[in-house]
Write a new protein. Structure first.
Length: 132
């Protein structure tokens, strides 16, 4: 008799579970995926192309900004000549001359490592010339 009760109880649970599953699957839930169409191959391909183009542009920009070698020129000869002329003419003192040469050194050492430095006399055009 106990087994009959157990089987009967299991049967009721199974019937309730089956009926609730059937009810849940027949109901439509707003915003569910069931009603939406899956993305087409053209949309997927377009998304892949867009992501690829954006990542390529970002990587080229990052490479150019931080890693690519750039050429700059420093007008050392012109700057030293100007400071010498000012010193000989008495326009600047010994201390001002030392400070200007220290500033020149700071400018040259502050140039990033991804920039190749040339003398300003060597450059004709299309190169950034740094004047201290």
């Amino acid at each position: 008799m106990c087994e009959a009760i157990r089987h009967g109880f299991r049967g009721e649970i199974m019937q309730e579970a089956t009926s609730s599953t059937a009810t849940a699957s027949s109901e439509t839930v707003p915003g569910s995926i069931q009603g939406n169409k899956s993305p087409t191959w053209t949309r997927i391909a377009l998304a892949c192309v867009c992501v690829s183009v954006i990542s390529s542009i970002a990587s080229i920009a990052a490479y150019d900004h931080w890693y690519a070698q750039k050429v700059v020129a420093v007008d050392l000869k012109g700057y030293i000549t100007q400071q010498r002329d000012n010193y000989v003419a008495g326009k600047i003192s010994d201390e001002q001359l030392r400070r200007s040469l220290d500033r020149l050194e700071q400018v040259v050492t502050s140039i990033p490592k991804n920039k190749a430095v040339l003398m300003g006399d060597l450059v004709v055009r299309n190169v950034e010339i740094i004047k201290p």
